[in-house]
Design a binder for this molecule. Structure first.
Ligand SMILES: *Cc1c(COP(=O)(O)O)cnc(C)c1O
Length: 377
């Protein structure tokens, strides 16, 4: 290699800190996805769910980009996520903790201008005690369980909650909410059951605005929109419903580097456990991303990567730090040390790889490790 090339490689390596995988995050596409949801929801407000580091894409960058698009309601799952996000956003951005608070976090939460979602009388009582201690009224969101049995006031706690609200509570309920269990199924019966239950709750708790729709819910129609939607996956380019063509724009691309190539003869074993035995002469490339980088072991002998549109099947088991792919379909010498192959991009969508891995886009995105160089565009 001549010295100019070495120098330019050294510069690139310094910029990417030696990474062998590149996660591209298109913040402009994220913004267009947000605006698309805003226009579908209008005049209903669109918040954003940025839990789990904005589904692995980077909560800080994502939340700031969405704030610039006018988003002012940000939902995280855990208080620790809200604590990290709070200093990144202006004070007029509201941050809601979907899981509510663990005992002992109430005062810090109130001090930091973070709003808990209260899911039970136990959480209500803790928040109310904090309000007493601070001698002021504290804001909260009230979540109801409408059929998921996961989070939210269960039916049997509703009467006590209504009584607590009537008795001059020191908690200001900002809005009430619930979560759909099957929003991705556009004809799912569970959706209408949950909507009916939420309508009853809205009558029992008059005067409160309702937040109901996640990404899938936005596509279920006006009845599901409430006054504040909580989309997550659709913002990040994931398909909001199973049935239709994905209406969202891809946000994430992923490329990984070739770290070795070889030619093997028939009968050669490939990877851990010798699980794959070459049936013919094959040209193989080892790629620098494995299950520690979010390529699940379930992609073993199933998934693929792409190079300029050519499918390169994964052969043998996925290792922690690498996969091996069959590049026999490419002209000899097409891939060499340092070449990049497409894991996510124009030829392989999030849904494609998630399906091959027997999982869903959400799990695939949130599993992407932190060894990639993140390129925000
Ligand atoms: C994760 C989550 C969302 C976002 O769901 P998507 O399907 O990603 O749009 C909305 N609301 C609640 C309560 C959630 O837990």
């Amino acid at each position: 290699m001549d010295s100019d090339i070495l120098v330019s490689h050294a510069r690139t390596a310094a910029i990417t800190q030696g990474a062998t995988g590149y996660l591209g995050i298109d913040l402009a596409a994220l913004g267009r996805n947000y605006r698309k949801l805003v226009s579908m929801l209008a005049p209903v407000c669109a918040g954003a769910v940025v839990k789990a580091d904005a589904y692995g894409l980077g909560a800080e960058q994502v939340a700031k980009a969405l704030y610039a698009q006018g988003c002012r309601h940000f939902f995280v799952a855990q208080f620790v996520e809200a604590v990290r996000l709070r200093p990144m956003l202006a004070q007029d951005a509201q941050i809601f903790v979907l899981n509510g608070l663990q005992p002992g976090n109430e005062i810090a939460c109130a001090d930091m201008n973070i709003v808990p979602v209260l899911n039970s009388l136990a959480q209500w009582q803790q928040w109310s005690a904090a309000a007493r201690a601070l001698k002021r009224c504290l804001p909260a969101v009230l979540q109801f369980d409408t059929g998921m049995s996961r989070l939210g006031f269960p039916p049997e706690e509703r009467a006590d909650l209504a009584t607590a609200l009537r008795n001059g509570a020191n908690i200001e309920g900002l809005f009430i909410m619930s979560h759909l269990a099957s929003a991705d199924e556009t004809d799912g019966e569970q959706n209408s059951d949950q909507l009916a239950e939420m309508s009853c709750i809205a009558e029992e708790f008059p005067g409160f605005d309702v937040s109901f729709a996640n990404s899938g819910g936005v596509f279920l129609g006006k009845a599901y929109h409430g006054v504040l939607a909580r989309p997550g996956i659709a913002l990040y380019g994931g398909a909001p419903t199973a049935a239709t063509v994905n209406p969202m724009e891809p946000v994430v691309s992923l490329d990984a580097a070739v770290i070795q190539t070889r030619c093997v003869s028939p009968g050669t074993k490939v990877g851990y456990g010798g699980a794959h035995v070459a049936q013919r002469e094959m040209r193989l490339a080892t790629i620098a991303a494995g299950y520690a980088d979010g390529l699940p072991r379930s992609l073993s002998d199933r998934g693929a990567v792409y190079y300029k549109g050519t499918r390169l099947p994964i052969v043998g088991r996925v290792s922690m730090d690498s996969i091996t792919v069959d590049m026999s379909a490419l002209p000899e010498g097409a891939l060499t040390l340092g070449s990049l192959v497409e894991v996510l991009g124009p030829h392989q969508t999030l849904e494609d790889i998630a399906r091959d891995a027997d999982t869903i886009s959400y799990e695939f995105l949130t599993g992407l490790g932190d060894r990639y160089h993140r390129q925000y565009r």
